[in-house]
Design a protein around this ligand. Structure first.
Ligand code: NAD
Length: 269
């Protein structure tokens, strides 16, 4: 039987209409959590995400459509989420990616990536964390990347955003470390740093590599993995979801300020 240890908790997972965010929302729902899903997408995508999280076992599902490029929209979402019962678990997962050399990167690309991947997490954390401190329990799980720990070519805005997210998470971890106690679970802030994970975010890179090496999609993926990810296996989003849920346990109260790679050995090299 699934352990429904989060049945008295509520979570907000940004960018959970698909991909890693949806898998995290499902995993939290499976642990009995009330889950606010969020993201951009057409009505069918949103409905399908809501159904998936409900079917996974979420006590309640709610959808927010704030565009994270708009701090005002983030503020409204966080106010509504507080009225909905508060955010015990905040997962900053929404992210965008654009590969381009530094020379070719324009201001628009830089702003788009930094705004969604970094500034949005600043706004949600700033607004959600004081209530976590008052309750003595809170979990902030920021979905960074291996690119929050190491660099790759042609990803300057993305790498900058993810290193920034890792740094900001450490500061928040320190500021909230002493709040709550072992029984309440404390307030922790951690990053999960995935390597290659099967979602639509990396499709453009798979397509580009497939064209470069010739052959089919399988060869393109194999070539990407050979270059960086020693396990030669992609991660499944549900594996990131399982780790996120684990971090929400009370017994993880002393795990804070960390960045956990899920990268098949990428950053061990
Ligand atoms: P995805 O493209 O499948 O999903 C991204 C989500 O973010 C979607 O729900 C989308 O609606 C939302 N989003 C994007 N821009 C938004 C905006 N302006 N306002 C509101 N919502 C917005 O991506 P994914 O692969 O599931 O990535 C999730 C996170 O994991 C990202 O932060 C990404 O950087 C990180 N990550 C992914 C991989 C990978 O290999 N897939 C590897 C490392 C890190």
């Amino acid at each position: 039987m699934t352990d429904r240890f989060l049945q008295d908790k509520a979570a907000l997972v940004t960018g959970s209409t698909q991909g890693i965010g949806l898998a995290i929302a499902e995993a939290l729902g499976g642990a009995g959590c009330r889950v606010a899903i969020h993201g951009l997408g057409d009505a069918a995508t949103i409905e399908s995400a809501e159904t998936a999280v409900r079917d996974a076992g979420a006590a309640e599902v709610r959808f927010f459509n704030a565009d994270l490029r708009d701090p005002g929209a983030i503020g409204s979402m966080m106010r509504e989420a507080a009225e909905w019962g508060g955010v015990d678990i905040l997962v900053n997962n929404a992210g965008v990616q654009k590969t381009t050399s530094l020379e070719d990167a324009d201001t628009e690309t830089w702003n788009a990536v930094i705004t969604v991947n970094l500034s949005a997490a600043f706004h949600t954390m700033r607004l959600a964390m004081p209530a976590m401190g008052e309750r003595g329990y809170g979990r902030v799980i920021n979905i960074a990347s291996v690119h929050g720990l190491v660099a790759s070519r042609e990803k300057a805005p993305y790498v900058a955003s993810k290193f920034g997210l890792v740094g900001m998470s450490r500061v928040a971890a320190l500021e909230y470390a002493a709040l709550g106690d072992r029984a309440s679970g404390g307030v922790t802030v951690n990053c999960i740093c995935p390597g290659w994970t099967e979602t639509s975010l990396i499709e453009p890179q798979i397509e580009a590599r497939t064209q470069q090496v010739g052959g089919g999609r399988t060869e393109g993926i194999a070539d990407l993995l050979r270059e960086k990810q020693p396990s030669l296996r992609m991660s499944d989003p549900m594996e990131i979801g399982a780790l996120a849920v684990w971090l929400c346990h009370r017994h993880a109260h002393n795990i804070t300020g960390t960045s956990v790679p899920v990268d098949g050995g990428w950053t061990a090299q």
